[in-house]
Design a protein around this ligand. Structure first.
Ligand code: KIV
Length: 273
């Protein structure tokens, strides 16, 4: 295996993602919240790392994404940026830092870009966040949209079930997707919507779509890394494929360590000075 120096590596940019859509190459995106994991995922060849506000759930143990703060997102994002050589790093604007106030949206985005070194921001919603998107883009900050199931609105939806199954909501989503492209978003997450709708949206746009629970026809896929690696427990949505069972691996390694310590088997002669 070859070892890359930072200067050898061609970084993924928002333009790369557009070119990937044009050439039909699928985009692989995962979430990351810390330096060590970001290094591993980047080495594994992931194209995009999303510092998702799902950190609120998987890192902090909250029930929803609402409690995480801008300062906490910046801490996670700066850790991820330091671990990455190739992947594009996108950071979620957390709840309460961009809705209903475009000046605040711009300020929040500038803080993220300046203090973390990330490459783009993501926010949830369509027409209702139009002014915020417009203003963020005026500062030259790339923006990714997010439609369908938007977890920051969980108390409006009431459940995490599939969105846009009804004709009216599907039409509204198509309209919002076109609006986000026209505003200048470089890409769009489509979460938990019917696969045929996700396909229709993807085929109607020039910007790439990244699906989570949106079927195979989106231009890329994203999963929460802790779900994909089998670290989270008791979460089995239909769209999730687990590529490892790290909860079991880490628990068993921990048990072996505990046993060794108790039995005075660790450290051994060769593990001391
Ligand atoms: O916060 C997050 O992890 C996300 C993905 C599920 C797309 O927004």
């Amino acid at each position: 295996m070859s070892v890359h120096k930072a200067s050898d590596v061609k970084r993924v940019t928002t333009h790369t993602l557009r070119a990937m859509k044009e050439s039909g190459e699928k985009i692989a995106m995962l979430t990351a919240y810390d330096y060590s994991t970001a290094r591993i995922l980047d080495a594994g060849g992931v194209d995009v790392l999303l510092v998702g506000d799902s950190a609120s759930n998987v890192m902090a143990g909250h029930e929803t994404t609402l409690p995480i703060t801008l300062d906490q997102m910046i801490y996670h994002a700066s850790s991820v940026v330091r671990g990455v050589q190739r992947a594009l790093v996108i950071v979620d604007l957390p709840f309460g830092t961009y809705q209903g106030d475009s000046k605040m949206a711009l300020k929040s985005s500038i803080r993220i870009m300046k203090e973390s070194g990330a490459h783009a921001v993501k926010l949830e919603g369509g027409q209702e966040v139009e002014e915020s998107i417009r203003r963020i883009l005026t500062a030259g900050i790339p923006v990714m949209g997010h439609l369908g199931l938007t977890p920051q609105s969980i108390y409006k939806f009431g459940t995490y079930t599939v969105r846009a199954k009804q004709e009216a909501e599907a039409r509204r989503l198509m309209k919002d997707a076109k609006l986000l492209e026209d505003l200048g978003c470089f890409g769009l997450v489509l979460e938990k919507i019917p696969a045929d709708l996700a396909q229709k949206v993807s085929e109607s746009l020039e910007i790439p779509t990244i699906g989570i629970g949106g079927g195979v026809h989106t231009d890329g896929q994203v999963l929460v890394t802790q779900d994909m690696l089998g670290i989270t427990q008791d979460f089995h949505p239909r769209f999730l494929r687990r590529y490892a069972e790290l909860f079991d691996v880490i628990r068993d390694a921990t048990s072996a360590y505990v046993s060794d310590v108790k039995a005075r088997n660790f450290p051994g002669d060769e593990e001391q000075y």
